[in-house]
Design a protein around this ligand. Sequence first.
Ligand SMILES: Nc1ncnc2c1ncn2[C@@H]1O[C@H](COP(=O)(O)OP(=O)(O)OP(=O)(O)O)[C@@H](O)[C@H]1O
Length: 246
Amino acid sequence: MLRVDGLTIRSGDQSVVSDVSFEVAEERLTCLIGPSGCGKTSVVKWLAGVLAPTLAAEGQATLDGAPVRPPDRAIAYQPQQDALLPWLTIAENAALGLSVRGMPRTEARRTIMPLLASFGLDGTEDAFPAALSGGMRQRAAFLRTIVQESRFVLLDEPFSALDAVTRLTMQDWLAARLVERPRGILMVTHDLHEATQMADRILVMGARPGRITADIPIDTPRGKRTEAALAEIRTSLRTRLLEETT
Ligand SMILES: Nc1ncnc2c1ncn2[C@@H]1O[C@H](COP(=O)(O)OP(=O)(O)OP(=O)(O)O)[C@@H](O)[C@H]1O
């Protein structure tokens, strides 16, 4: 179990995030949703150990009760958008997640090559990111993150740059990967539909300062998440989010 306790983040004398506490369960997908600017990215960046030095944070993260000292090998992080390096090929980008953790570059490449096909990237190993579609770039970013075999994965708006159809395809694709190899996921999203389709639990954040205002389990099994089954929970979430933005 990954836990965050009493996280407060400040920019000068302004509170960005105030006394945020939550858990990310093993092998479950937890969504963090809230209005723009409420501090979702800041929370995830802090957990990943990449919070901007201009922001001051206090609070504790623990993994199975032991303090997390980021960057922690048990926690992989995928920043907003795909964040692929344009001057590296897809194979080099995908292997980067392993080489930054100390694996020699040739071994990292050898590890990712057999995985390209299952990520829909067969034949793209020597292509540069600019030559690929948005969905392919996103899958390459997922490969780079997921190949790290960490128990927990932090995903910051992984689908926000994709068009509506690619987005739905990629949501299904990620859900299938998580069935094959479950992990604890904390996923930031703006998208109510995405959160209710994908999450086992939704943490709602309010703004000024950012704090958790609701913790909502989604008990409907994924295969039965029809519009009708989710209507009530979506309406109540929409109301909450509207209240937070007004
Ligand atoms: N490096 C920084 N220095 C100072 N303030 C920052 C910095 N990064 C973010 N902030 C401020 O912290 C607040 C929260 O930003 P953050 O990006 O975490 O919110 P968010 O909920 O992820 O927003 P969005 O949904 O728009 O991505 C904002 O008011 C933002 O201006």
